[in-house]
Design a protein around this ligand. Sequence first.
Ligand SMILES: Cc1ncc(COP(=O)(O)O)c(C=O)c1O
Length: 370
Amino acid sequence: MYQDCFAPCPDIYLLNHSVGRMPLGAEASLREHFLAPWEQGDPEPWPLWLESIARFQAGLGRLFNSAAENFCPQTNISSALGKVIGGLPPRRGRDVILFCEHDFPSVGFVLQQAERLGFQTRMIPAREDAQQLAVWDSALGPDVHSVLLTHAHFNSGKLIPVEEITRLARAREIFSIVDIAQSAGVIPIDLVQWQADVVLGSCVKWLCGGPGAGFLWLEAETAARLAPLDVGWFSHSAPFEFDINHFEYADGSARFWGGTPSILPYVVAGHALDLASRIGVATVRQHNIALTQKIVSKVDPACLRAPADPALRSGTLVLALPDQDTVVARLREARVRFDVRPLGLRLSPHIYNTPEEIDTVVECLNGGGQ
Ligand SMILES: Cc1ncc(COP(=O)(O)O)c(C=O)c1O
């Protein structure tokens, strides 16, 4: 029934790990909250534009169980991560930033730049199973300053036990940063429960909020320990002071904001977040599991590259098939939208996908198809 809430797609769209479908009403929302105030309203549209930012933050707060002001708008995860890394306080004897070879490459590229700030980087190699707490237990050594955790790995569909790892990190005074690009909107997340130091996300995938509406979450006490290099007048405690000789960080997450913010992506995303709240992430997840399990139950278990247990799997099913080229051709013929990454085919059903669509996918995987 939620299919009617999104732009219709003539194909079987399973690319939600990449870009979610546009919610209906996005254009009207853009007109109402961005274009109309600029075109016809008060000659100064900023108060209304900033209301759109507040709506975006409130939407995130509702979804992730945290106060709206803990979310700072960001263009994307990579740039938000760069700002966090540039703001980390140095600590004697601890200079390692730990991450995983299975993290999204863009995130690794950013972390490698931290070496210019005097950090060293260390990767948990791809052969190790990042779902095992023991792997993190031995990797989070006394020289680790900060750790980057990717909640849902983009290439394997593995869900990482974030809550347990952040607990370990806290006990060892290691700063934790979590990337929720692949889980936001499909896996229920409670930021109070996680108690990570920083969480980075975007709205382009399962949240269906379009590109450019990233966010950086952190609580005021954590923000007080960080001094970002990358700032602007919206990072100032008094943005309208206009004294070039005086800069004072804003309290809380806003210190990561920067210069004049864009507005348009957050209007689009704010509309999508309202819809995500109405549907509920738990409902999306339930539907996603029902559809992915339909595939899992019909393919050779040896083909599965994502975990078979849905509790350990993100919204994405990954399959490596012996006759991949033939299957790919059949899926394309049946107008299934999916992609292929080093570990296999990625298939990610959202709330708007139907069991009948999945029947077609299964037929293609098993030799039938249209
Ligand atoms: C795990 C993960 N992190 C981050 C990103 C994207 O980062 P950015 O917002 O900087 O483009 C992706 C994109 O697919 C991803 O899968």
